[in-house]
Design a protein around this ligand. Structure first.
Ligand code: NAP
Ligand code: MN
Length: 275
């Protein structure tokens, strides 16, 4: 079993990374940054997103594992004091892997086409102010958008930026993408749907902007500026990302732990008992 490791760069994450390497060596695990079977991320979701983008050309042949060091760590299964247990399991068992859908984003500009894979989402904003963009679904005009921006997310990204703009949370067994609005202008003159929409795998969405409008394009944690964009095509990617599960952690438990916490559940249980 070959592994690679990325840490968040803070002191705790760096210390844990060192501890991991030492324990891994004792257990006979091989460190291989070029062709790992498992990529370990020690930090938060930002670290995992970085790890994903570093190894995105090899997503078919490896699986990710996340370790928390504070912060949210929606993608992380392991707490910082559980490293010995994790190393032990990595050395002795073949993990179950779960596969999650990714988003494919094709950006067509006057000077060429760029293709990106996103684990969380693609965001589109104007550098100069209000974004004006036409949205086509399956090559049919759907709406003209005016507002702060558009977020197109994957199911596992649906709990990220998408959630802050009132999108739904989608279970990652559904191969879908979600389009959500950021502060759309809605009045007598301008109209968009207002709710987020979810497209299945065989559909696609084209976003057409004026080529003279400079755009700020976000792919997960990365933001890039693009000029002379003609259109952007979003689809569910053929590739999937795999996560190694050495113990189960169902998606809805993950959502509850990240957003509701345990206390709330306890108090509602006692409220029920009193009734
Ligand atoms: P960040 O500013 O640290 O991220 C913002 C928060 O989103 C952090 O608490 C992060 O967790 C959490 N997060 C990331 N992916 C998530 C997911 N799939 N489900 C639930 N929470 C998630 O920046 P970052 O760490 O580089 O992460 C980039 C991501 O932040 C973007 O992909 C986007 O989803 C999200 N974001 C959200 C907003 C917003 O809600 N208004 C704005 C910009 C970006 P950690 O603390 O563990 O990193
Ligand atoms: Mn972060």
């Amino acid at each position: 079993m070959k592994y690679a490791l990325l840490d968040r760069g803070d002191r705790l994450s760096r210390e844990l990374a060192e501890q991991f390497h030492t324990m891994a060596k004792e257990r006979g695990l091989t460190r291989d940054d070029q062709a790992p079977d498992i990529v370990l991320s020690i930090g938060g979701d930002g670290t995992l997103l970085q790890a994903f983008h570093r190894y995105r050309d090899h997503v078919d042949s490896l699986a990710f594992v996340g370790v928390h060091t504070g912060h949210l760590g929606f993608y992380a299964d392991w707490q910082k004091d559980e490293l010995p247990e994790l190393v032990e399991l990595m050395a002795k068992m073949e993990p179950t892997t779960v596969s999650y859908p990714l988003l494919r984003v094709e950006i067509i500009t006057d000077s060429g086409t760029n293709v990106y894979l996103a684990l969380n989402e693609f965001t589109l904003k104007s550098v100069e102010g209000t974004l004006v963009a036409q949205l086509n679904i399956n090559d049919e005009p759907f709406e003209m958008f005016r507002g702060d921006g558009i977020v197109v997310s994957t199911p596992t990204g649906s709990t990220g930026y998408n959630k802050s703009v009132n999108g739904s949370i989608i279970h990652p067994s559904l191969e879908a993408l979600q389009i959500a609005e950021i502060a759309s202008i809605n009045n007598r003159v301008y109209r968009t749907l207002g709710s987020s929409i979810i497209l299945p795998k065989h559909h696609h969405c084209d976003i057409v902007t004026a080529p003279e409008e400079p755009l700020a394009i976000g792919i997960d944690h990365l933001v890039m500026q693009f000029d002379e964009v003609r259109s952007i095509i979003c689809t569910v990617a053929d590739e999937k990302v795999r996560f190694a599960r050495y113990r189960p952690f169902p998606f809805w438990n993950r959502v509850r732990e990240a957003f509701i916490g345990f206390d709330q559940n306890d108090s509602s249980a006692s409220w029920k008992r009193k009734k």
